[in-house]
Design a protein around this ligand. Structure first.
Ligand code: PEP
Ligand code: MG
Length: 925
């Protein structure tokens, strides 16, 4: 049966919106052709063809594929008037990869295909073409040899460098036609030497091998690593297309050029054409960083007419795609061609600025402005920047290729970077220039430094996409990989030395330079304001101190969703009071300690309420088991032994040593060091430690996370909760008296029955009465429960009788749902579970929607069946994760609460969640 499937689409017929079938590059070439831009004629072999081929590569390409390719090649011959394999005016083509998701440099490309000793003569016979023809030929042999025949770069590079050295030139452009002819001959020998076969001369044979090589590169290590790192799944991109396009040449002399452009600046977002080009060069020279390119503005002087055409091209691309475009162009003997366009990869600064400006220019609407930025991208804006007040002076300067600053130990190759990165070292990858095969080194590094190449070199583009700082083209640095050193004037960077790079300015420093936190731009404020208008979820912050609360307000938190009060106890001067409270033998001595804690907590709560004036502050009552505030049993045993030793031996000899001082340095139980010589005081210290040890042993539990903690503590020691509740309500009363509007909320942890809530509520009621009577003001607040225990979720309806709000503590709820210890699982078996696909994600990081999420969904329904519109939120770590936020939106939570710096990310994610909702309402789960 004949194979009637359509494998190939001419640029005139492909559907520009079908990126899955044609790949991004192919779809755009079709679209640009169809809107009348000057694209060299060509066609696309579909991604489906790639998958069919990869199913059974040994069988080669289906026969119908090459039939359709031949038919399309004939049509290219008609359109161009050239002939493929012809000796007069030969048609040469490029063979390029391109999948639905842009994966720059990850797959293979072959240029100048169709050249052989016969067509070469045809090319040479054109005027002034001899040098160009040999250059094209040696490039084909080299690229084809590498990509399609698997010959190493070095095999060609060594020969080429030898020729340059012999001729005495540094740049390729300085080589004559004769030199390049020699290079072509030598390269043909290299192919024969390395593969045992001559270089294939039949153009269609070249084409078929090249198509298969590009298809194979979809499964190459670089591409597979890249997809894994960026979570590119088959529903996002499946297989690569092959784009076959008539070659146009930027290396035909001084009226020819090639370059890349962005319709706006990809680092700042500024509205203006940004780009780089090289006269008399081919495309890969710009990207590979082999010659340092010129800024696009220089073209206005060099070729004013073509520059004007380029500006028009830029304007048409942006108004058509309504997105910043990253395009490639070639000028062949004065004629401008657009070879490729795609959505520009930008850093977060540029994305935010262009969103705001393109909306103002009427190019996009608010929804598009929000959706074009992935929430996680905003993390870049929270990157540290170098502290400009630091006095360090740079040792070298390169191009500011990807903003942000980074400090790390210099490493000179990608493998070493990966190795050190795995061992937990912070490293900066330092290279002369990077290549796609260095990609694993990028992942492992804090930042990238190169000594050659421009802002569109491989290093720059990849680092920007990853949001990692990069300084490119620092030409003052000479990298010697063999010696594992880099030389900068008189200075040397040895492998392992700490260096600092500033991708915002291009500066490079020896040693570590101080950093400071990033600041919000005006545009980000505007964008996040739109996000807040769009989102239904409110975004609150987890903050435990007044300082954190102030910072959270700066990040735009709409309140504090979780204040873990126990964190307030950990300050050096507070801990002894907490210890005193725990060691108290009876209620009255416990009360004495609590009376000391009350004013401390009250002033903290007051400061937090003030920092969040007008917005809710949810204070969670004491949660962890109290033994966490005491030294461990082991530590106490050791200290006791040392004290006893001191008493029995050392004191007898009147010797005080540093060791003795160390022994006394715990809690509040020891006398000052100069009195230690007094055996009676040492005895007292021993008695106190012994009491503490007894207490620690009494408090010991086999499973403390499932033990005497949370509300169980509040029930058994009501005076502790009573003090905390009083501190919250007194702080609120004082604010009210000062005329402030405050919204305190009291939240009970680890609840599993309604009776627990009823007990705590009765304490709340009596404290409220006393506080209101004392201050003479009414204190409004909410009383709520955490839902972090499975039973609490199942009994949500009953808990809602007492609780006015719920907050899902998904850290504990995940632990309880899986019976995985949240303290241990991530270091023990979880990585193996993830690697083996037993669990797709770490459930402590990515909310387990099917398990813990199901409990939440049920609890929401049950709670609201009792209390209409009941306020419900999440305060576990998941509250700052975009996927979890979408789920929280879908089940109808009121708010998410996350750490302060993640608040901007959560605000945008909350808007995305609202925008992903279909017009019919909540998306199905
Ligand atoms: C939780 O369990 O999700 C929570 C927020 O509380 P903690 O992490 O303090 O146990
Ligand atoms: Mg918890």
């Amino acid at each position: 049966m004949s194979d009637t499937r359509k494998y190939v689409y001419a640029f005139e017929e492909g559907n520009g919106s079908d990126k899955m079938l044609l790949g991004g590059k192919g779809a755009n070439l079709c679209e640009m052709t169809q809107i009348g831009l000057n694209v060299p004629p060509g066609f696309v072999i579909t991604t489906e063809t790639c998958l069919t081929y990869l199913d059974n590569p040994d069988q080669g390409l289906p026969a119908a594929v090459m039939d359709q390719v031949r038919a399309n090649m004939q049509s290219l011959e008609e359109k161009t008037g050239k002939s493929f394999g012809g000796s007069d005016d030969p048609l040469l083509v490029s063979v390029r990869s391109g999948s639905a998701m842009s994966m720059p440099g990850m797959m293979d490309t072959i240029l100048n295909l169709g050249l052989n000793s016969n067509t070469l003569q045809g090319l040479i016979s054109q005027p002034n073409n001899e040098r160009f023809a040999y250059d094209a030929y040696r490039r084909l042999i080299q690229l084809f040899g590498k990509v399609a025949l698997g010959i190493s770069d070095e095999a060609f590079d060594e020969e080429f460098e030898a020729i340059k050295e012999r001729v005495g030139v540094k740049e390729d452009v300085a080589l004559s036609a004769r030199d390049l002819r020699e290079a072509s001959d030598i390269f043909l020998d290299v192919v024969e030497r390395e593969t045992g076969k001559p270089f294939p001369s039949d153009p269609y044979e070249q084409l078929e091998i090249a198509i298969k090589a590009v298809f194979n590169s979809w499964m190459g290590k670089r591409a597979v690593d890249y997809r894994r790192e960026f979570n590119i799944t088959p529903d996002m991109a499946n297989g690569t297309a092959v784009n076959i396009c008539t070659m146009v040449f930027g290396n035909l002399g001084d009226d020819s050029a090639t370059g890349v452009g962005f319709t706006r600046y990809p680092d700042t977002g500024e509205n203006g054409m940004f780009g780089e080009y090289l006269t008399n060069a081919q495309g890969e020279d710009v990207v590979a960083g082999i010659r340092t390119p010129k800024p696009i503005d220089a073209l206005a002087d060099e070729m004013p007419g073509q520059y004007q055409e380029l500006v028009e091209l830029r304007n048409r691309l942006e108004s058509h795609y309504k997105e910043v475009q990253d395009f490639e162009f070639t000028i062949e003997r004065g004629r401008l061609y657009c070879l490729q366009t795609r959505n520009g990869k930008m850093n977060a600064t540029a994305l935010v600025r262009t969103s705001v400006e393109m909306l103002r220019e009427g190019l996009i609407d608010k929804t598009q402005a929000l959706l074009r930025i992935q929430p996680e991208m905003l993390e870049q804006l929270l990157f540290p920047q170098l502290d400009r007040s630091a006095t360090a002076s740079p040792m070298a300067r390169g191009l500011p290729a990807s903003p942000g600053a980074a400090v790390g130990h210099a490493v000179f190759d990608a493998d070493r970077a990966e190795q050190e990165g795995r061992a937990g070292q912070k490293v900066i990858l330092v290279r002369e220039e990077t290549k796609p095969e260095d990609i694993h080194g990028f992942f492992a590094s804090q930042g990238i430094l190169t000594s050659r190449g421009g802002k569109t070199s491989h290093a720059a583009v990849v680092a920007r996409g990853m949001g990692k700082p990069c300084v490119a083209g620092a030409e003052g640095i000479h990298v010697d990989v063999q010696m594992r050193k880099a030389f900068v004037g008189d200075a040397t960077i040895s492998e392992g030395d700490l260096i600092t790079i500033d991708g915002t300015t291009g500066d490079v420093y020896l040693g570590e330079v101080a950093m400071k936190e990033a600041e919000f731009s005006n545009e980000l404020e505007i964008l996040l304001g739109w996000a807040d208008e769009t989102a239904r979820l409110k975004v609150m912050a987890n903050a435990d101190t007044p300082d954190d609360a102030t910072k959270a307000a700066g990040f735009g938190a709409q309140g504090i969703g979780l204040c873990r009060t126990e964190r307030m106890f950990n300050a050096v001067e507070r801990l002894p009071i907490v210890v005193e409270m725990i060691l108290a033998e009876d209620a009255s001595s416990r009360q004495t300690a609590l009376d000391k804690l009350l004013p401390i907590q009250r002033s903290d709560f007051k400061a937090m309420l003030k920092a969040m004036a007008g917005r809710p502050v949810t204070v969670r009552l004491l949660d962890p088991p109290i033994h966490e505030f005491l030294p461990s049993e082991h530590q106490l045993e050791e200290e006791l032994e040392q004290l006893r030793h001191l008493r029995d031996t050392v004191l007898g000899m009147n010797i005080l040593s540093d060791t003795v001082e160390f022994m006394y340095r715990t809690a509040d139980t020891h006398p000052s060091i100069d009195k230690m010589a007094d055996p009676q005081l040492v005895d007292e210290a021993i008695d106190k430690k012994a009491v503490m040890l007894k207490k620690v042993r009494a408090l010991h539990e086999v499973n403390p996370m499932l033990g005497h903690r949370g509300v169980r503590l509040g029930i058994t020691f009501p005076e502790i909760y009573s003090m905390q509740i009083r501190a919250v309500l007194e702080a609120a009363a004082e604010c009210v008296k000062e005329g402030l509007e405050v919204f305190p909320e009291i939240m009970v942890p680890q609840v599993c029955t309604k009776q627990e809530l009823v007990r705590v509520k009765s304490i709340v009621d009596s404290v409220q009465q006393a506080v209101e009577a004392h201050y003479g003001v009414e204190v409004n607040f909410k009383f709520g429960s955490m839902l972090e225990v499975v039973r609490a979720c199942m009994r949500a309806e009953s808990l809602a009788d007492v609780a006015e709000f719920f907050s899902f503590g998904t850290n504990d709820l995940t632990q309880a749902t899986f019976s995985f210890s949240r303290e241990d699982a991530e270091n023990k078996f979880l990585p193996m579970y993830n690697e083996n696909g037993i669990l797709q994600d770490n459930p402590f990081e990515v909310l387990d929607i099917k398990g813990a999420g199901k409990l939440m969904e049920l609890a929401v329904g049950w709670g609201r069946s009792k209390r209409d519109n009941m306020k419900m939120g999440i305060c576990g770590e998941h509250g700052g994760h975009p996927d979890s936020i979408r789920f929280c939106h879908q089940i109808g939570l009121t708010y998410v609460s996350c750490s302060g710096p993640r608040v901007p990310i959560a605000r945008l994610a909350a808007a995305h969640a609202a925008l992903s909702e279909g017009p019919g309402g909540t998306q199905s789960l």
